[in-house]
Structure formats: C-alpha cells, structure tokens
Design a protein around this ligand. Structure first.
Ligand code: G3P
Length: 217
C-alpha cells in the first residue's frame, strides 16, 4: 500500500513527508490554483517536496496543443529524478505519454474514467493511471466496480492504478478492500485515516493508568 498527499499546500504536506507518513505528492492545476499557485511554482514545489523526503512527485503538464503539452511535460521531467509527469488521458495525452516513455520519463495518465482508457494506457506501458473515484461516483457510476475492474485488468501489466478524488477515510478503506494499493488524498483525509475514537479512548486510558502507577516520592 502506498499513500500520497494530493495537495500543494506546502505547510500541510511537508510535515507528512518529513514524518515519513506518505510516499510522495500529487498535484494538478486545480489543486495548485486552490493554493494560489501556478505553473511557475512547480520547480520550487519539487525542491521543497524533494528535500522533505518525497520518493515520487507527480506534477501535471498542460498545453492546448500536443506540441505544447509535450514541451511542458519535458520541462517538468527535467526538474529531477523523483518526477512522474501527469498528462491528461486525452488522445493528445496518450500520444505525448508515448513520446515521454520513449525518453525514459515516468508518466501518469490522469483523469481516467473508462476501462477502455485504462486498457489503452496499459498497452503503452505508462507507469500509472489515475481514475477519479469521487467524480466517478458523482457522475452516477458505480465507481468502486469501475476502479476494481481497472485494477484487475492492469494487475498483469506494469501499469499501477493510483486512485485520486478519494474524499474520506471510508472511501480509502473501501478501495483498499477492493484491491487498490495506491491512493492519493488531501491532507485532512490522510490525517483522519489515522484516527479512531476508540483508539483515542484506549490511549487516554493507558496514559491515566501509567500516571497513576508512577511511584510516589
Ligand atoms: O486529484 C484529483 C482531485 O483533484 C479531484 O478531487 O475531490 O475535486 O474530485 P475532487
């Protein structure tokens, strides 16, 4: 199981990386915009996440044409060896993904919604696909079955399914139960995954008992 922070909120993400709680970070233009950031901030984000211990840093390329998308992807790939370039799973995106793979750049095809797209991505040999679980459910799909099917189809390939748009601890746990081994979620969801009220009660009781058992002077 590998968990990633789906966030560009540096102050929230760096402690998780420094404490070794997540393997890396994923972002996209919408996530950057949420924190008032843009493409010009990507080199700094790479450096900060890298210094804090991220194994993999997923930054997304943009471009209105295939050539522009490829050029931006190559710019991002040059940041360093921890980069996995995210490219949208459009027809241009598939073509750019292939070119990047030829150049030994690691690639994630993002916003994958169908099993057909997942199948095509695996045939190219991309490193990851990212289905958006919450958005699949929003659109009335059986998101769990769809993601489970992608996981099953890709299990015999080198392409991993890294599920995004995971909005609650329960969603993460349900995905894990259905064979998902790579999940990215926003920091509050990750933090909530570590918490259970019964554990909190038990931990408080341990502290009370330990304090009461202290030898008196
Ligand atoms: O990385 C995917 C994420 O940006 C989408 O999440 O919750 O807006 O569907 P959400």
């Amino acid at each position: 199981m590998k968990l990633y922070a789906d966030s560009a909120a540096v102050d929230a993400v760096l402690p998780l990386l420094r404490d070794g709680l997540v393997r890396g970070v994923t972002t996209n233009p919408s996530i950057l915009a949420r924190d008032g950031l843009g493409a010009a901030d990507l080199p700094r984000l790479y450096d900060e996440f890298s210094a804090a211990g991220a194994d993999e840093i997923f930054l997304q390329a943009t471009g209105a044409t295939r050539a522009a998308l490829l050029a931006d992807a190559q710019r991002i790939a040059a940041f360093g060896h921890r980069i996995v370039v995210k490219v949208p799973a459009t027809q241009d995106g598939f073509r750019v993904a292939h070119e990047l793979l030829q150049q030994d750049v690691r690639v994630l095809l993002t916003a994958v919604y169908s099993l057909a797209q997942a199948t095509f991505a695996a045939s190219l040999g991309v490193d990851y696909i990212a289905p958006y679980f919450g958005r699949l459910v929003d659109s009335g799909e059986d998101g769990l079955s769809k993601v489970a099917n992608m996981t099953q189809v890709l299990s015999a390939t080198r392409t991993r399914v890294l599920v995004a748009s995971v909005r609650s601890p329960n969603a993460a746990a349900t995905l894990a139960l259905n064979g998902v081994s790579h999940i990215t979620a926003d920091v509050p969801v990750l933090l909530a995954m570590m918490v259970d009220p019964v554990t909190e009660q038990s931990a408080a009781e341990f502290e009370r008992v330990a304090a009461a058992a202290l030898p008196t002077a």
